[in-house]
Each structure stands twice: as structure tokens, then as C-alpha cells.
Design a protein around this ligand. Structure first.
Ligand SMILES: Nc1ncnc2c1ncn2[C@@H]1O[C@H](COP(=O)(O)OP(=O)(O)OP(=O)(O)O)[C@@H](O)[C@H]1O
Ligand SMILES: [Mg+2]
Length: 252
């Protein structure tokens, strides 16, 4: 089953009839999905079901064989990742893509500079950028790590630093690919408890790919379940998990 949300809320992103194949693998099979302004949408599904592919499509890393994605009504499927970021979509990857040799603060200053299209290490000394970066570091509770090089951060902090870097781009849509993977059970809640108020306060919409069902149940407003490149269910977590077939396919 592939579904489209019926909603009166403002539509931020809309994917229509998206298909992608990699050789014999169908990674997206006629995907139709609407993301509403302000929601935190969970994307679940077994390994290889096409979740990251969808994020790659939304950010211009992959072009679909068919279909279109619109952001605020504007087609983005043909745009470069950089152009899409400028429109207001930022992402953190399944494996953090931080500036590994930079400190937490330096990399966030670079994120702020990138948002302002002034891209140089000298920007670290620009008071405006530095002030914005300090605020982001504080908001994410990263003050104790501000001067630590990213490569030396504990895994949970690295994830938060990567998300903070994405937020430095001031997106209206944030895409996160497994923000709590490789993190201890205690720290996964720290990540989400830090992130959620930031999203709510800033009104940033989020699509979060997540394998951890505790996280999905606790934090996501709405959930979309993926299998073999298709959306097989969409709705509240409890309703989706009530369906035995869907539960087996997404957790299996
Ligand atoms: N660039 C690529 N080239 C070839 N095959 C790819 C490529 N990207 C994804 N695939 C294949 O497409 C399918 C969907 O992959 P995708 O990474 O989207 O899955 P996923 O749901 O994110 O899985 P996981 O939970 O393991 O991260 C898989 O079979 C994968 O091997
Ligand atoms: Mg993935």
C-alpha cells in the first residue's frame, strides 16, 4: 500500500510517485508522502527498505527515475544538494559527517558561515557568527565539549554535534538518519530530550529515520513504515504497530 496524507495543515514537503532502482533493487517504488509543517515524522523499516534513499532523494544526492518532490510547492528533484540546503533542508547522516579535525565550536561556526554563504576558516573570528555558534552550542548542551575536536567526542556527543551543525544552517526541514544508533540506551534519550524542545521552539519540521521503537513511540508525532521501497503504513505509532503484518515487516 502506498498512501498520501490527507491534511488541512500546511504542506511543507510532498513526494509524488517517486521511483528509484539500483540495478535489480527497487529502493523507492511509487512513493507518495506528504510532510506537514511543524511535525516530527518518524520513518521506520527493516534494513535496506529504502529509508536513507528517501532522505537522499529529498536532499539531491539521488535523482528519481520517476516522480517529483516539492518543497513549499517548489520542485526540488533536479536541484543540487547545496541548492536544496539553501532552500531550507538540512540533514545529518547515518554516520556523522562532521569536520573531524575541527572542534565542536569551530565546526558550528563554519555551519553558521555556510548559512551566510561566507565560507572560510577566518569566519571563526567573526563576532556575529561566533555569537550565533555559541548560542547553538549552549542550546545543545555542548558547552563542555566546545573546544574538543570532533573526532575525539564520545559517540552520543558526536551525534548531537552533527545535529547542531545541521541546525546551524537554519533549516525549516531537518532530516536525521538514525540519530540514536551506536549510542548507549541512556544517551539515546539525552539526544532526543535535547533535540525535541529545540525543534518545538524553533518550529522546525523533522523527518527522523529510526530503528529504535522506544524512541519512535516516545517522540514521533506520526510514523511512516517502509518495506521494499514502499510505504506500507502511515499513522500513529500505536496504530501501525497494532497491525501484526506491518510490525513483522518493519522489525524483521
Ligand atoms: N547508491 C546505491 N547503489 C546501489 N544500491 C543502493 C544504493 N543506495 C541504496 N542502495 C540499495 O537500495 C536499498 C535501500 O537502501 P537504503 O540505504 O535506502 O536502506 P535503509 O532502509 O536506509 O537501510 P538501513 O536501515 O540498513 O540503513 C538497499 O537494497 C541498498 O543496498
Ligand atoms: Mg539507512
Amino acid at each position: 500500500m502506498t498512501t498520501t496524507s490527507d491534511t488541512t495543515a500546511t504542506v511543507l514537503l510532498e513526494a509524488s510517485h517517486i521511483s528509484v532502482r539500483f540495478g535489480g533493487v527497487t529502493a523507492a517504488d511509487d512513493i507518495n508522502l506528504t510532510v506537514r509543517q511543524g511535525e516530527v515524522l518518524g520513518v521506520i523499516g527493516s534494513n535496506g527498505s529504502g529509508k536513507s534513499t528517501f532522505l537522499n532523494l529529498c536532499t539531491g544526492y539521488i535523482r528519481p527515475a520517476a516522480g517529483a518532490i516539492r518543497f513549499r510547492g517548489q520542485p526540488i528533484t533536479h536541484l543540487s544538494p547545496r541548492a536544496i540546503t539553501r532552500l531550507g533542508i538540512a540533514r545529518a547522516f547515518q554516520h556523522p559527517q562532521l569536520f573531524l579535525d575541527k572542534t565542536v565550536l569551530e565546526s558550528i561556526v563554519l555551519g553558521v558561515a555556510c548559512r551566510n554563504r561566507f565560507w572560510s576558516l577566518r569566519t571563526v573570528f567573526q563576532p556575529d557568527y561566533r555569537r550565533k555558534a555559541d548560542t547553538i552550542v549552549d542550546t545543545f548542551g555542548l558547552g563542555d565539549y566546545a573546544n574538543i575536536v570532533n573526532s575525539e567526542l564520545p559517540e552520543g556527543v558526536k551525534k548531537l554535534s552533527d545535529i547542531a551543525l545541521a541546525m546551524a544552517l537554519e533549516p525549516s526541514l531537518l532530516l536525521l538518519d538514525e540519530p540514536t544508533s551506536s549510542v548507549s540506551s541512556a544517551n539515546k534519550f539525552v539526544i532526543m530530550d535535547t533535540l525535541m524542545p529545540i525543534l518545538r521552539d524553533s518550529g522546525v519540521t523533522a523527518i527522523i529515520v529510526e530503528h529504535d521503537m522506544e524512541i519512535v513511540e516516545r517522540y514521533m508525532d506520526r510514523v511512516v513504515a517502509w518495506d521494499s521501497g514502499q510505504i506500507i503504513a502511515e499513522g500513529a505509532f500505536a496504530d501501525i504497530m497494532h497491525n501484526e503484518d506491518v510490525r513483522q515487516r518493519v522489525t524483521g
